[in-house]
Design a protein around this ligand. Sequence first.
Ligand code: PAF
Length: 281
Amino acid sequence: MSDLVRTISELRDEVAFWRTEGHRVGLVPTMGFLHEGHLSLIENALGDCNRVITTIFVNPTQFGAHEDLDGYPKDLDRDLSMVERAGGHLVFVPNPAMMYPDGFATRVEVDGLTDIMDGAARPGHFNGVTQIVSKLLNQAQADVAVFGEKDWQQLAIIRRMAHDLDFFTEIRGAPIVRDAYGLALSSRNFYLDEDQLEVARKLNVILKKAAYDIAASEYPLEICKAAALDLGEAGFAEVDYVECRDAQTLQVVEKLSERPARLFAAAKIGKARLIDNVAVI
Ligand code: PAF
């Protein structure tokens, strides 16, 4: 079995020991209830690290007041065996009181990138993400940390933060893992019943078609509006956004240029809020 540690000092001791043995260390931060997408992050880290830490922590500060913090799915035993199967070496499972002890008063905010798309739909969400990720990066001092590209905006924000604050750890993105129907894997897919799953699987289909239309017309705005309507018609209860943005700066793209563009969407079905993104090529 992979080792399980629950305290920051145990984590640091283990990493310090690995360093004495000359190992390269990878970090995969998660909120648990792992799926194949998470395992692909561990596998990605194993590509150039010979020790990989997976963290499991449902971070309360990145959930809004009416979001799914209390009901967020959990299954630690299953997570541990999945990490084992992927070849991970250590699982760090801190508790909220240790991560946010009494008197905790520090915020980590990235301007600009955090108030668009998911930041607009979930105010404060990314401040919680940067707060916890900066702590995990400091605690683990890994050589590389791997995050999924499904959360493209989160990845861009973490990259900005790590660059601006001179974090030691290199931040790396790993491709989205999808089911056989193209639905991006997410722990929140667990909330979907069979009918909802059928609707959820249309998200990627509609996005891919819109990305194709944008590439052909070069003018994204009307196509994004039409895609949002298509999502509503497909059965999504609410569409937070469908937006075409520069893949790096996340600025809105009004006309395609030679810079890479991406199409992003978030929509709700049942208890699940799903996000996805595709390249416009
Ligand atoms: O992407 C996630 O699962 C979370 O936002 C993260 C990066 C583990 C921080 O809690």
